[in-house]
Write a protein that binds this ligand. Structure first.
Ligand SMILES: Nc1ncnc2c1ncn2[C@@H]1O[C@H](COP(=O)(O)OP(=O)(O)OP(=O)(O)O)[C@@H](O)[C@H]1O
Length: 225
């Protein structure tokens, strides 16, 4: 592995003030994500996984330390600068970025291209390509409530990759799925890494899923073990 890392953190701390007291949620995180890797973060509830995903996705900034994404210093950039990079380069599969209930699968994926500022002439082809990749070509005009949980998750994946991000972040993407559907999502992630040349970083509690990771970071109380 000689390729430059896509993302590198150095001594990253994140501290929140809770009731006037500092709460150190991340304590000196050193992490590297390389191109086309599948990296997993595991750890108990409350260990700091989501806080770290928010930082590497540019949604939040560290209290101390450095985060370099594609040679850009996320720790030193303004919110506006990070937002611009995030819209183009990062895809999220987070509960908070769930599907819009009144829009069809097609319209949900199209929305992500609109948000990323992709020229509208290319939307149709790309939306169809992404829904095909996740195996939902035949259901593209269904709304989320007309789809199963696993199908909704696949639309969320299509939506997250449509703008061709280099990094895809997923917070517990298989938490609501049974083991068969989880295996399908993981196999889809492996396909996407190849075809879309993306790096995926996800959190999970599921030991069977960890087996397919290129690298697993074990988070204990805000540090890696
Ligand atoms: N904005 C905030 N202000 C204060 N405390 C916070 C804030 N965000 C997170 N925390 C605290 O940081 C700790 C870690 O939270 P985080 O959500 O990162 O854990 P997690 O490992 O993702 O847990 P889960 O698996 O339950 O999602 C928790 O104790 C949480 O209460």
């Amino acid at each position: 592995m000689n390729a430059e890392p896509l993302l590198k953190t150095e001594s990253v701390w994140r501290t929140f003030q809770v009731g006037g007291q500092p709460l150190h949620v991340l304590k000196g995180i050193e992490m590297e994500l390389r191109p086309q890797q599948l990296v997993m973060l595991r750890g108990r509830s409350g260990s700091g996984k989501t806080t770290l995903l928010n930082l590497i996705g540019g949604l939040d900034t560290p209290t101390k330390g450095q985060i370099m994404f594609k040679q850009l210093p996320f720790h030193a950039m303004s919110d506006d600068e990070r937002t611009k990079v995030r819209r183009k380069e990062i895809g999220f599969i987070f509960q908070a970025y769930a599907l819009m209930p009144l829009l069809s699968a097609y319209e949900n994926v199209e929305l992500s291209l609109r948000m990323a500022g992709v020229p509208s002439g290319t939307w149709k082809k790309r939306v169809e390509q992404c829904l095909d990749l996740v195996g939902l070509s035949k259901r593209m005009h269904h709304r989320p409530f007309e789809l199963s949980g696993g199908e909704q998750q696949r639309v969320a994946i299509a939506k997250a990759i449509a703008h061709k991000p280099s990094l895809l972040l997923a917070d517990e993407p298989t938490a609501e799925l049974d083991s068969q559907m989880s295996a399908q999502v993981m196999s889809l992630f492996q396909t996407i890494i190849e075809t879309e040349q993306v790096t995926i970083c996800m959190t999970t509690h599921d030991p069977t899923i960890l087996e397919v990771a290129d690298h697993v970071y074990e988070m204990v109380d805000g540090s890696f073990h």
